[in-house]
Ligand binder design. Structure first.
Ligand code: SF4
Ligand code: SF4
Length: 322
């Protein structure tokens, strides 16, 4: 099956990032600079190498000696339990379709396992650097868990290939939505009922004939018609109006203005995760009182700083917030 989805990698080699860098006359992309004050505290390039290190193990030989049976519910339960044991926050299953695969990639396997690894929401109270470190460390976890889960599925007797940031064959949004992992929000990220959009995904593409999930509709897209929190907190106003969407495969898609987003998320040293962190689905569907408390504290800080103010380093908090 050939992939049909155009893919934007978003890293330092992304053609759009490179083009903006040239327009600005820069020799390096600020977010990825190796000589910034941030780089003294967190080596994100070393972190990226850690997820890349999992890539050679993404595929391997299939156990043909004692293959597991083919009961779909039993197989799904085995794989879900193993994924949770490895550290995933949630696991879902869907039929693999061409829209889930990036242009230039192809798979002859029929199903996909979506792996959700949650980020620690309380990091928002420690500032942008803490949020960045958490996100990048969770990407490493996604690579580890998807790789180890693919090996487990091969041991059950079925072909299985891991996908994560170090491989980049899978289009996360359609795969996550079809696997019942949540709904697409106006900020362009999938919202999970327990974790909001504070998670990172990994995937296993497999021939295992697992029981598939239904999509999980719990009111997000309806809420996005009237909620304006991500829109009014996005520093460069990259998030579109509620009325500005297209519909594909029954899902509303609001197109984030990527060049504008990059102004805050690539052309500053600091990380930008604000649209995810101000979304009420951090607590709205799960009703978790501790997440609600964190959300309220964070929104209070944003109000003092000015809603569109980019994130601040915790070291500067007194200066920014008074
Ligand atoms: S990451 Fe930041 S700049 Fe980009 S859409 Fe979200 S809030 Fe806006
Ligand atoms: S902040 Fe509001 S508008 Fe934005 S994704 Fe979340 S619910 Fe939707």
């Amino acid at each position: 099956m050939e992939g049909i989805s155009e893919f934007r990698r978003g890293g330092p080699d992304d053609p759009l990032v490179q083009e903006i860098m040239k327009q600005k006359g820069l020799s390096e992309v600020p977010f990825y600079r190796q000589d910034s004050p941030k780089a003294e505290k967190f080596d994100l390039h070393a972190c990226m190498q850690r997820w890349m290190a999992w890539t050679p193990q993404r595929d391997g030989s299939v156990n043909t000696d004692q293959p597991e049976g083919r009961d779909p519910i039993h197989l799904a339960n085995l794989i879900r339990d193993k994924g949770l044991e490895l550290g995933a926050g949630d696991i879902g299953f869907a039929e693999l379709t061409p829209v889930m695969i990036n242009v230039g990639s192809s798979f002859e396997l029929k199903n996909i396992v979506s792996i959700v690894v949650s980020e620690e929401y309380s990091k928002v109270l420690e500032g942008a650097l803490a949020v960045e470190i958490e996100a990048f460390e969770v990407y490493v976890e996604c690579a580890r868990i998807s790789t180890q889960l693919a090996a487990y599925v091969r041991d059950l007797g079925f072909a299985a290939v891991a996908d994560h940031n170090g491989t980049g064959d899978i289009q996360a949004v359609p795969a996550l939505c079809a696997s019942g992992m949540g709904e697409l929000g106006r900020h362009g990220s999938v919202i999970h009922p327990d974790f909001g959009a504070s998670f990172r995904p990994g995937f296993v593409i497999t021939d295992a004939p697992v029981q598939l999930n239904q999509s999980n509709i719990f009111g997000v897209q309806k809420t996005c018609e009237t909620c304006r929190l991500c829109e009014s907190n996005c520093p460069p106003a990259a998030i579109q109006l509620a009325s500005d969407f297209i519909v594909t495969e029954g899902i509303k898609r609001w197109q984030v203005d990527i060049p504008r987003c990059y102004e805050a998320s690539r052309f500053r040293d600091e990380y930008c995760h604000i649209c995810v962190d101000v979304c009420p689905y951090q607590h709205k569907a799960n009703g978790d009182p501790s997440r609600m408390t964190i959300f309220k504290s964070f929104m209070k800080k944003r109000k003092i700083a000015g809603y569109r103010t980019p994130s601040w380093f915790i070291e500067d908090e007194a200066e920014v917030l008074g």
